[in-house]
Write a protein that binds this ligand. Sequence first.
Ligand SMILES: [Zn+2]
Length: 600
Amino acid sequence: MGTNTYSEVWDLDVFFEGGSGSPQFAQHLQETKQLVAEFKALVSNWEPKNEVREDAMDLKAIVDRFEVVTKKVRQAGAFVSCLQAQNTEDSKAALLRGNVTGLNAEFQIVLTELNQKLTTIHDDVWTGIVAQDRLKELSFVLSEGRRSASERLSKGEETLINALSVDGYHGWGQMYDVIVGTMKVNVNEDGTNKALSVGQAANKFSNPDRSVRKNVFAAWETAWADKSTYLAKTLNHLAGFRLNVYKQRDWEEVLKEPLDINRMKKETLDAMWQVIADNKMPLVKFLERKAKLLGLGKLSWYDLDAPLGQAESKISYQEGAKFILEHFSKFGDEMTTFAKKAFEERWIEAEDRDGKSPGGFHTYFPEDSQSRIFMTYSGTPSNVSTLAHELGHGFHTYAMRDLHTLNRHYAMNVAETASTFAEMIVADASVKNASSEEEKLALLEDKIQRSVALLMNIHSRFLFETRFYEERKGGTVSVERLNELMTEAQKEAYGGALEEYHPLFWASKLHFYITGVPFYNFPYTFGYLFSLGIYAKALEEGRGYEERYIALLKDTASMTVEDLALKHLNVDLTKPDFWQRAVQLCIDDVEEFLRLTEGK
Ligand SMILES: [Zn+2]
């Protein structure tokens, strides 16, 4: 490896010169607007003739145009996201965001109309159409859109539902933000009373001082209890709206929509949770050990994020990059070459400076086939993981670079496959290379905490949400009952490992109020374990696995997860075996942690 010094500031000028004031970008937006309007006309004017040859020809023309327009819209969205993230004060970028959102919404309406038109084609004609050249490879996605439209109500009824959702369904979702935005958590710190925002209070749960955590938690529960009447009303109406729409569409299962979105079967979901439920014991033992290390009999909710105390070593950006490249190269050449290119060609914005937005993300500029990664690198081991994580997302889009746009929309449950995979490579290497036992423990704990979050916390959310929706079918669910359902779900999901639980978690967790995506929980756990399962396979197979890994990534957006796993991993996701192997990796970490802390 050379002595490269990688830039910590990305290059956006290569796309559009001049940032949010770019005339070139203004031109791009203008063109995109024009293209969306033309695409809209193309779709509106199309009347399927129920004739294989002719309809196939028209549909080919439509998907070709779709490809061009999508790239334009995505390119614009990616650029604006980067502008907003690199400088939160960029008011011109905020205005551009409005334009892009509007274009996107218009584009989505056209797609809905397209799917509705597909439903007017008879089944036998349809089979003929999607068997044609160039449509064959898109048949899964096209048929999925057609089926999904056919399972809905008439165009007029769905339009009415969408219109009413703005002030109904989504309105309740926004109501949650309004209530939470005005909330204060009142704590007494060193004799003075402080009114903390919800976010500020949440940060205190990782404070090393237990009395601080305990104090904040008491104030936290009081604050949520004060608002619980409003929040229960909000949750009940939001859920009621959703259930009512499902009822009108004759959808009996509340899980139908989230399962369809994630292209998976109920049997798969059940198999996954069953394996998790059967393997709580190692994680319970971890929590017991953590309690012991903190000098406690049992952990409480507010101890879960408590640090075990460690002096973190700093890693410079250059060292971090080198570490990632070194360990990627043990897995395969393509991933290494990709990451190297990202570092060298300034695809990454990592500089630690003021005015950047928090967090990290990856985005893709389809017209240039280039990725951009955003984060703030301050030299912690978790920064290195984040960097590897986002590079993993980049590699996923790279693996799909030659596919038609329609075959690139992967669902949430597989979206984190490549990112988690890349992160695992680096996290495992970090644990192995730790410079002291203390550091090794801290890194291991970090990994295990993630398993606790995904196999316990998210599990409790899923248990609560399914049970709540069932009860809601019979009428409004009271605050007391919500608290009860939540506590039961937590006790079950944490294997009874905690002393005190968080009954008002249904109020404090935003995810229950997100209307854009229903059941915003199990896809996280699925994605994590799915990726671990693939990682386990890669460990078995060694360096030669990369080619097959890329083939798997390529197919992530054009088949069901069951077919994907069968084709590329030769496993049946509806059976426990695959999940058991994935969970075993989490258990291995716990066992090592228990060994290292024996007698401490
Ligand atoms: Zn991610």
